[in-house]
Design a protein around this ligand. Structure first.
Ligand code: C5P
Length: 227
């Protein structure tokens, strides 16, 4: 299991300060909408300058018509990031079109698809999808797997079921992690490290419990010791 640190701080300099503090650890860095919209591809280069071994997950959750998603995926692949994601609800044709477009790259990034956002509770999820989270997430995961995508973003609670319905090698990346039972914030379906391990999560994403800590590097160290 790998740790992915979410760089969700309000400014580039705060994110870079955090990355400097954790530069000696074997972690992935998650660059999300906030940082990317503000700081763009130059920011990705800054991260690699701090430690070229950092792996970068560009969490833009692409969702559009198939051709537009494939165009965006091609641009993302040219940044040299290691992983990015799309929304499974964009549909199988969109996901297949994205994967087809990436065939021209020698080392394409891994592509994940978001199933159910971890901020959803059952009631609000039902209102949008008219189905319960577990069965819809599994259905999204099957569509994703059949489309040639490498894995999914899901909550810890769906990880095992998704692997059972696809393949053990199918990647699950799970946000909503509160490593040592910290405050959940807006996340509704949170889990700790032991749960993530038991449910065979391949990547855990941790944001606020690290960047809001007084000493982020000691939290990263403690998490890595537990993995
Ligand atoms: O601060 P926290 O640990 O809750 O951060 C979780 C990170 O994972 C955020 O960057 C959020 O956008 C992202 N994420 C999520 N749920 C998903 C997909 C991504 O929380 N389903």
């Amino acid at each position: 299991m790998k740790l992915c640190v979410a760089l969700d701080l309000p400014t580039a300099s705060e994110n870079l300060k955090l990355v400097h503090e954790i530069k000696d650890y074997d972690v992935w860095l998650k660059v999300g909408l906030r940082a990317f919209i503000r700081d763009g591809k130059e920011f990705l280069k800054e991260l690699k300058k701090i430690n070229p071994n950092f792996k970068i997950f560009l969490d833009l959750k692409l969702h559009d018509i198939p051709n537009t998603m494939a165009d965006a995926a091609e641009e993302v692949a040219q940044f040299g990031v290691d992983m990015f994601n799309v929304h499974a609800s964009a549909g199988k044709i969109a996901m297949q079109t994205v994967m087809k477009r990436l065939e021209k790259f020698e080392n394409p990034p891994l592509v994940l698809a978001v199933t159910a956002l971890t901020s959803f509770d059952e009631e609000n999820f039902q209102a949008v999808y008219n189905q319960d989270i577990a069965s819809k997430a599994t259905q999204f995961a099957k569509d994703t797997y059949e489309s040639g995508i490498n894995g999914v973003v899901c909550s810890v609670f769906e990880s095992m079921d998704i692997k059972d319905n696809t393949s053990k090698e199918f990647i699950t990346l799970t946000p909503g992690i509160r490593p040592f039972g910290e405050n959940a914030g807006d996340q509704k379906r949170v889990a700790d490290i032991n749960m993530a391990k038991n449910e065979l999560s391949d990547f855990i994403v941790v944001g606020r419990p690290i960047y809001q800590a007084e000493d982020p590097s000691s939290v990263v160290k403690r998490i890595l010791e537990k993995l």
